[in-house]
Design a protein around this ligand. Sequence first.
Ligand code: NAP
Length: 246
Amino acid sequence: MATALITGASQGIGACIAKRLAKDGFDVAINHYPSESDKEKALAVAEECRSFGIKAEIFSADVSKFADCENMVKAVKDTFGSIDALVNNAGITKDNLMARMKEEDYDAVIAVNQKSVFNMMKLVCPVMMKQKHGKIVNVSSVAGLYGNAGQVNYSASKAAIIGMTKTVAKEYGRKNITCNAVAPGFIHTPMTDVLSDDLKAKMLDAVALRRYGEPEEIASVVSFLVSEDASYVTGQVIEISGGLSM
Ligand code: NAP
């Protein structure tokens, strides 16, 4: 049985990806931030995943910390025997116009959104190399492609993920490891629920499909990218935004 490790999978897009990959037949390693409430939510996600007849376990780690990632990757390897797919999904926002943004809010977003992707790819690639195969999907954002006022920290982290994805695709292609990114637009999750109705309406004006995306619509593209159907796809960024940029 192949194993998929998904970071930040206790809610939102990550939880949805875990459930979709479980449905696809993957055993799933569900990472959650080390807090009691995230653990509770992750346990519920694991329970739902098991209903597809696969193995699902939860793993606590703050993915911005290399040592946490090291422990988690070892634990996942010990529990499941392999890591065939890695989805770097964990992310946060700390929005403000640059003039008002605090240095610590810049650093925090870079650490969670960007450094975590380095941590996880650096630790998982050697595992995949030994297996002689592996598929990595990094969750970027349209903010990384086009920028977004109020998100200089977030857009920097998401643009960096695109550069890292292409670099790892080049470095590890000969090892039969693919590395791609998805760039979601405005997706219905706890991250976007907090936006004001005014801002939501303004954002939707720019979307050709005139609606928010659903987490399932991100999960289905990730499902493709970690499948054998995408065996000759690497170093690509797939925008999933309902036609935001045309
Ligand atoms: P979400 O509901 O806030 O989920 C993000 C998850 O990551 C949460 O479970 C969160 O835990 C976890 N996380 C945060 N910091 C972590 C850390 N240091 N270690 C481990 N886990 C951590 O957001 P979402 O909308 O599903 O976003 C998922 C990904 O999609 C993110 O990378 C986001 O940037 C990206 N994205 C989202 C949208 C959108 O419209 N929703 C658009 C483009 C890209 P806590 O709840 O404890 O923080």
